[in-house]
Design a binder for this molecule. Structure first.
Ligand code: 5GP
Length: 212
């Protein structure tokens, strides 16, 4: 019996060997990093792209942890060279997603997670409709205000700005594929939801892959 390769199936197999692209947005202070780190500690394998930013490093931050801290001129030359998939001004500083780490990891079959704001997610949705967009929301605005003041990484003015920006960000949660609530004292529930989403996306009949 002669078998023929079904072009649809071989295309699907090729697609399945690529990683999936996840986007995670959350108002500042919602606990994105805590959720991501907890998931990684469970052994979930995915690559979190380190953004480039013009923001000054905070105490304890260094190159690549969590961002590459670069000058305004270096940022502009990356834009000119088309090296950023998206970029945006968030809370008064520029942030952007370098393309190369994304390409390398996706083509090696590793999932990639972008931690970006609502403007960045809107750009990704337009450019890469296959991206899976997840919004992490605090239990309430009051919880967010408490967390922001407890972490003491911002001045009072910066904290107020982030709280104002949070209202704009929360209003856009309906644009996302999934919403996860990170309620104070219930971190494990948020982590479990993120894990479940990432696992389920790999079980789709037709995977939502992206080509960049
Ligand atoms: P922070 O300076 O507090 O670490 O981050 C401030 C905000 O910038 C967060 O909402 C974070 O998601 C967002 N952000 C970080 N990197 C990027 C990026 O590359 N692109 C966009 N659009 N937002 C980013």
């Amino acid at each position: 019996m002669q078998t023929e390769v079904n072009p649809t199936l071989s295309n699907e197999r090729e697609q399945a060997s690529r990683g999936l692209l996840f986007v995670l947005s959350a108002p500042s202070g919602t606990g994105k990093d805590t959720v991501i780190n907890a998931l990684k500690e469970q052994g979930m394998d995915f690559h979190v792209v380190a953004s480039v930013t013009t923001r000054a490093p905070r105490p304890g931050e260094s190159d690549g942890h969590p961002y590459h801290f670069i000058s305004q001129a270096a940022f502009e030359s990356m834009i000119a060279a088309d090296e950023l998939l998206e970029y945006a001004n968030v809370h008064g500083n520029w942030y952007g997603q370098p393309l190369n780490p994304m390409r390398e990891n996706l083509s090696a079959g590793r999932d990639v997670l972008l931690k970006i704001d609502v403007q960045g997610a809107a750009t990704i949705r337009r450019k890469l409709p296959g991206a899976i967009c997840i919004f992490l929301t605090p239990g309430s605005v009051e919880e967010l205000a408490i967390r922001l003041s407890q972490r003491k990484t911002e001045t009072e003015g910066q904290r107020q700005r982030r709280l104002q920006d949070a209202q704009v960000e929360l209003a856009q949660r309906d644009q996302y594929d999934y919403v996860i609530v990170n309620r104070q004292g219930h971190l494990h529930e948020a982590v479990e939801c993120l894990r479940a989403i990432m696992v389920a996306e790999h079980c789709r009949t037709h995977l939502r892959t992206v080509t960049i």
